[in-house]
Ligand binder design. Structure first.
Ligand SMILES: [Zn+2]
Length: 433
């Protein structure tokens, strides 16, 4: 459990960031004035609560997303310092089977593509519990993780994965290079969104990167967020939401070149961008220019398209609530499945508490016995579903719905069905082929 008690007065002073007014763009330093989406006030998504905490005052922060009129980076102001979010973290990547499998396939692919071997140096920023680097270690490729969350890093070290417990940036990169380190590969998977100082972070990567080294960045694609109505992937811990045009601008700012890009199904639709030094010899894939052109044609460099998202989200809230109220009026019993950060944005924005969901379950034992922030829904082990035999399971991590339905198919024995709320309401009966 996070030892991050922001309900105490002194804690609250600590987490309120100075950038409350007159916010500047995280990428280009331009003034921010255009709202992309306002989800109202919300507690921090990862701050699950213990039984005694739910009886106390709980801090809420604005969940208002802005977009830069100059470089089009979609972003939240930094209401909360990352030191307060990530120094102890209860998300362990290894609890998701499909995510570990995704990491394994990536490692095998990139090992072949870059011909990595015993003399290579691989770094992963935000290496979590070693879910990814363990594959390099098994292949005999020297790998170092950088992970600021002490408890998560400790798990990686137990797996014999060298892990530096620190935030990554220019300072750490300079120290590593002064020790003779030069990266052949730097992997950054689903970390870019969580970086408050983007230029310090990518600047650090450029310093650590060897002359012909490669950076791969995986991040949820803004186009998919908008088209897939994935507003619930917005939360305070995610400061930035990237289109490919913004990634290209970010790379150029640090004399880096995006030389390839791939679409991935992870997290509702992500991109994997390959970066190298501008002067490096990596061949330029036509997919880069094609995607830049595609985004420009769709209007990602026109501020007007960013104003249309709000109405879609408001409609989703109304429809979901109408649907759930209809089920409850008929006497249906509902439980949640999963307690991910994104679940909490959905629950808090829509106001779905124990009046709709009796409880939710999660495979991560670190969350059992705790309560979701804001809505205070109890989090129980998955086996609680077998005892309660609900009529519906609302799947909160919709990006894992296939995996979850596969694992939970047996609930159809008592007629239970699954509900997915994003991109639109879908009821799935596991008995139907
Ligand atoms: Zn900007």
């Amino acid at each position: 459990m996070a030892d991050f008690d922001i309900s105490r007065d002194d804690g609250l002073k600590n987490v309120l960031s100075k950038t409350h007014a007159g916010a500047k763009c995280r990428l280009c330093n331009g003034a921010l004035s255009t709202t992309f989406l306002d989800l109202g006030m919300s507690p921090l998504c990862e701050s699950t609560l213990s039984a005694d905490q739910i009886d106390q005052m709980e801090p809420y922060f604005p969940l208002r997303v802005l977009v830069c009129d100059n470089c089009f980076l979609v972003q939240l102001r930094e209401y909360v310092k990352p030191e307060n979010i990530f120094s102890e973290y209860i998300y362990f990547s290894s609890y998701s089977t499909s995510w570990v499998e995704h990491a394994r396939r990536y490692c095998e692919m990139i090992q072949r593509r870059l011909a990595l071997g015993r003399h290579s140096q691989v770094f992963e920023v935000a290496s979590n519990d070693g879910y990814l680097l363990q594959h390099f270690v098994r292949m005999g490729i020297p790998a170092t993780g950088i992970e600021p969350a002490v408890n998560v890093a400790a798990v990686a070290r137990e797996k014999n994965i060298e892990t530096i417990v620190e935030f990554f940036g220019v300072n750490l990169a300079r120290r590593l290079t002064s020790e003779g380190k030069r990266a052949d590969l730097i992997a950054g998977n689903n970390i870019l969104a969580q970086v408050p100082d983007l230029n310090d972070f990518v600047g650090g990567m450029a310093i650590l990167l060897g002359p012909d080294g490669v950076i791969t960045l995986e991040f949820p694609h803004l186009e998919r967020l908008i088209d897939g109505n994935q507003f619930d992937t917005i939360y305070h811990e995610h400061f930035s939401y990237f289109s490919f045009v913004t990634i290209d601008r970010l790379a150029k700012r640090h004399a880096l070149r995006v030389f390839d890009v791939e679409h991935l199904p992870t997290h509702g639709g992500s991109l994997r961008a390959y970066l190298c030094h501008s002067s490096a010899s990596h061949a330029q894939s036509p997919s880069v220019d094609a995607l830049l052109l595609h985004e420009r044609q769709k209007g990602f460099e026109d501020i007007r398209i960013y104003a249309t998202f709000s109405a879609q989200v408001h409609q989703t809230k109304r429809r979901l609530l109408s649907f759930l109220i209809g089920l409850k009026d008929k006497g249906a019993r509902l439980c949640g499945y999963g307690a991910p950060g994104k679940g909490n944005t959905l629950l808090n924005y829509c106001g779905i508490g124990v009046d709709f969901l009796d409880f939710t379950v999660d495979r991560n034992p670190h969350k059992h016995g705790l309560y979701t922030p804001g809505m205070h829904i109890p989090i129980r082990p998955v086996s609680a579903i077998d005892d309660a035999r609900p009529d519906y399971l609302l799947i909160l991590p919709w990006n894992l719905k296939k995996e979850i339905i596969e694992q939970m198919r047996y609930v159809s024995e008592w007629g239970c069905k699954f509900i997915v709320a994003i991109p639109e309401i879908e009821v799935i009966d596991p008995r139907e082929p």
